[in-house]
Design a protein around this ligand. Structure first.
Ligand code: XMP
Length: 509
């Protein structure tokens, strides 16, 4: 595959993924790698450019993360963003200090030098700053190419080394997209080869070569990711694909029935296993969500190994692992922290009998949706909200019990139904209900009774990396609340979660 590539070195900034996403939105493949990836490895990947991300450290601290200094000898254009700029200054002999003119938030950038990086921009433009350290002395051969009121060195350059103290990747930087586009196209000379059309064609070819005449088992969850994997594999290898759909008892209401009907229509072979009891026994009373994820992940693999033995020789197991799962599950030193162990990666034992096919390992969620649209995944699946692999298990806080599972499932179904009725379902990213151990008094009939508190969470997002709670109209929230307390046994109160990500996450645990 002709993979034009921008390497993004992750220094632990909260926007590292966002930079990668933005570059890909500009039709150039970008890959997020740990900050200490060796220059040899980077050179072997033949990137068109390198971006150094922001990060929480100070370059003058002894243990602050630094890149392999040989990356500066590769002759590849480099753009340092925030902490990334400070690394360049520090490495090239300038100096960085704590400034008494810290900048957080909007600032007006004045461009002082005509540069390809700023091509097509007005000479004054809004940018987003977030730094406490700043350049005090510019290294030899560097020039300041833009400034703000408090930062004389808001953007700097020497040959093909560029640094910006502000964040072009956030939408508050008005011309941020244009600046990144100028870097990758005008400075790095990229052509824009990363499109989902080319991804689909290349991936189908790759699967054909990889699999040869073997048969593939696809772990289907009924969600967009694994269904798209299945449809793509079906296009690549036809009948040699068998999908296995295991009901682990943690699915949404009527989910198994719906998935079976849809795949039947697509003419894709599917074997259904109801393993509800097996999983629920395993999870009973387990409190720790990470432990639940691991138990579910390990049990899944066991189930698949059994199924594989029963159904002939499958060498390959296909699944819908995504790029953030891979990155978030990879514990590096500091940057790219493990936030949650996503079961499809974190739970895999060392020696599994299968070879894995994960065609979407490099993709973000919204890129998968674009693939799904291109290969015409039925809208019933495409319009589904993302759903975690360990299912409702991550939405039950405290001890896992069958009663809380029923409450969670029934309440979530009401949330989704009411959103569909008011035509809001397709406008939000995820909508569900969760339950913990907190109880509150309710009046049921003539008696006062302690019932569970159910919390409704409805968020908007483009890639689940950040999310906002949705300002749902009160009457819709009212219908949801009334129906949940009326229709779901033992629930007395309904609350609405009004936290964004960050600092919260989408799922409660
Ligand atoms: P968080 O809660 O981390 O979720 O903000 C981001 C997205 O990932 C989904 N999610 C999971 N998906 N296994 C999965 O396959 C998991 O363990 C898991 N935890 C969260 C979540 O629904 C959201 O779309």
């Amino acid at each position: 595959m002709n993979r034009e590539n921008i390497i993004v070195l992750d220094f632990g900034g909260q926007y590292s993924h966002l930079i990668t996403r933005r570059i890909r939105d500009l039709s150039v493949y970008a890959e997020l790698l740990p900050y200490d990836t060796s220059a040899d490895k980077i050179a072997s990947m033949n990137p068109s450019g390198i971006i150094l991300t922001g990060g929480p450290n100070s370059v003058y601290d002894e243990n602050s993360p630094k890149p392999d200094s040989k990356i500066f000898d590769l002759g590849i254009p480099i753009l340092g963003i925030c902490y990334g700029l400070q690394i360049i200054v520090d490495k090239m002999g300038g100096s960085i200090t704590r400034t008494d003119k810290r900048e957080y938030g909007k600032a007006m950038l004045s461009i002082s030098s005509e540069q390809k990086l700023f091509q097509g921009l007005e000479s004054n433009t809004d940018v987003w700053m977030s730094h406490g350290d700043a350049t005090k002395i510019l290294p030899d051969n560097f020039e300041s190419i833009a400034n703000t009121e408090n930062s004389p060195y808001a953007a700097i350059r020497s040959n093909n080394l560029f640094g910006v103290q502000f964040h072009p990747e956030v939408t508050h930087t008005k011309d941020g997209r244009k600046i990144l586009s100028n870097f990758i196209y005008e400075i790095c000379g990229c052509k824009g080869l990363w499109t989902m059309d080319s991804f689909v064609d290349n991936t189908i070819d790759k699967i054909k070569t990889q699999v040869g005449n073997d048969s593939v088992l696809c772990a289907l969850s009924g969600g967009v990711d694994s269904s798209t994997v299945a449809l793509l594999l079906h296009k690549a290898i036809g009948d040699r694909l068998t999908c296995v759909f295991v009901d682990h008892g943690l699915l949404r209401k009527d989910e198994a029935k719906n998935v079976l009907e849809i795949f039947d229509k697509l003419d894709i072979k599917i074997i259904f296993y109801n393993e509800e009891d097996r999983f629920l026994d395993l999870l009973l009373n387990v409190i720790d969500p990470e432990e639940r994820r691991k138990l579910i992940g390990q049990e899944f693999i066991k189930v698949f190994e059994e199924i594989s033995k029963q159904n002939g020789s499958f060498k390959w197991l296909a699944q819908g692992t995504l790029y953030p799962d891979v990155i978030e599950s990879a514990s590096t030193n500091g940057p790219a922290v493990t936030i949650k162990t996503h079961h499809n990666v974190g739970g895999l034992p060392e020696n599994i009998d299968f070879k894995l096919i994960e065609p979407f390992r490099d993709l973000y969620k919204d890129e998968v949706r674009n693939v799904a649209r291109l290969i015409e995944l039925p809208s019933e699946i495409l319009e589904r909200h993302p759903f975690p692999g360990p299912g409702l298990a991550v939405r039950i806080i405290g001890k896992f019990t069958p009663e809380k599972l029923t409450i969670c499932r029934e309440s979530s179904s009401i949330v989704e139904e009411e959103l569909k009725k008011s035509n809001l379902h397709n406008t939000v990213w995820q909508a569900f209900a969760m339950v913990g151990d907190d109880k509150a008094v309710g009046v049921l009939g003539d008696g006062r009774k302690m019932g569970y508190i159910v919390t409704v969470r409805i968020v908007e997002s483009t890639d689940a990396m950040t999310a906002d709670w949705v300002k749902i109209p009160y009457d819709v929230l009212d219908n949801i609340s009334t129906r949940i307390t009326n229709e779901v046994d033992n629930v007395s109160w309904v609350t609405y979660a009004i936290s964004s990500k960050p600092p919260s996450t989408i799922e409660p645990q």
